[in-house]
Write a protein that binds this ligand. Sequence first.
Ligand SMILES: NC(=O)c1ccc[n+]([C@@H]2O[C@H](COP(=O)([O-])OP(=O)(O)OC[C@H]3O[C@@H](n4cnc5c(N)ncnc54)[C@H](OP(=O)(O)O)[C@@H]3O)[C@@H](O)[C@H]2O)c1
Length: 319
Amino acid sequence: MLAAYAARFSPDSPVDGLEVGERPEPEARENWSVVEVRAASLNHHDLWSLRGVGLRAEQLPMVLGTDAAGVAPDGTEVVVHAVIGADGHGVGPREPRSLLSERYDGTLAQYVAVPTANLLPKPSELTFAEASCMPTAYLTAYRMLFSVAGLTPGQSVLVQGAGGGVATAAIVLGAAAGLEVTATSRSTAKRERALALGAAHAVETGARLPARVDAVLESVGQATWAHSVRSVKPGGTIAVCGATSGDAPPAELTRIFFQEIAVRGVTMGSRDDLAALLAFCARTGLRPVIDSQYPLTDVATALARLDAGAQTGKLVIAP
Ligand SMILES: NC(=O)c1ccc[n+]([C@@H]2O[C@H](COP(=O)([O-])OP(=O)(O)OC[C@H]3O[C@@H](n4cnc5c(N)ncnc54)[C@H](OP(=O)(O)O)[C@@H]3O)[C@@H](O)[C@H]2O)c1
C-alpha cells in the first residue's frame, strides 16, 4: 500500500526525513480492525516524529499520522480514536499509552490497523475530511476548554497562536459554546481569520489584553508562556497541551502561587470525549477549519506548510 513514513530523523529540517512509498498492508489480528483510510489530517505531532521526538531509531520506518476517518471491514464509516492503550481496550492491561504512529503504524496510508474498540461511528453529517480533523486537535481543544478549564457559556478564554490546528479548534468550539474568545497570532491575516471564525478579539502575540481571562489555552510554549501567566485572572486556569516554540520559558512561579493559578496538562481525550465531540459537531452544525487538502503523494508539501506555520486550521490528506 502507499504510505507516508518517517524513514530517518531530521531534527532541523523534518520534511527531509519523510518518504512516500510502498509499505506492507497491515494484517488483521484478534480485536483489531484494518480501516480503509478515506481522509487523514496532519498534526504538529508528525513534525515532532520526523525530528525524532517520541520515536527511537530502531522503530523506523514508521508510518506517520494520528488522525483518520475511513471505512471499517464491515463497511461502516468510522472515525479512529488515536489513543492506544489508555483505557486498556483491545490491547491488554499492560499496554502503555501511545498515539498512533508512536508504537504502531499511523494513518497516513491507504490502510491502518487499530484496536476495534478505537473505532467510533462517523456521523453522517460530517464528511470524511471533516471527521479526520477530530481525533487529535479538536479532541484536545474540546477537553482543554470544557473538561480541564471547565469553562461555561459567558466566560472568557485566551487562545495562543491562532493559526494552529488546536488553536483554530479552540476558537470555533469556544465560540459555539458561548465563550468570549481572544486569540493571539503573529500574523495580521490569521488574526483577521480568527475574528471571522468567531473570536471576539484578536491581538498580536504578547500584546496586553484589555481584561484578564478566566482561562488560557497554551500550546505555543516558550514564546507565549509569560503572556499566558500575565493574562489569566487570579484563580484561573492555564491548560497546556504543547510547546511548539520550546519548553524552557521562565516558570513565573511567583505569579503562579501568588495569583493561585492552576496549570493543567492535557493529552488528547478519551473515546467518550471523542464521541461527545462528534455529537456536538453533528448537532450544532460546527465544522472544523480546513486550511487545505492534498493527495497522499503530496504529503511533503503539506508538512512543509505546517512546518512554516503558514496554515490556518487543519491540513487534510486523502489517500
Ligand atoms: N498534548 C496533546 O495531546 C496535544 C494534542 C495536539 C497538539 N499538541 C501540541 O500542541 C502544539 C500545537 O499543535 P498543532 O497541531 O495545533 O500545531 P500547528 O497547527 O503547527 O500550530 C502551531 C501554532 O503555534 C504558533 N506558534 C508557533 N511558533 C510560534 C512562536 N515562536 N511564537 C508564537 N506563536 C507560535 C503558531 O500560531 P500563529 O502562526 O498564529 O502565531 C502556529 O500556528 C504542538 O506542539 C503539538 O505537539 C499536543
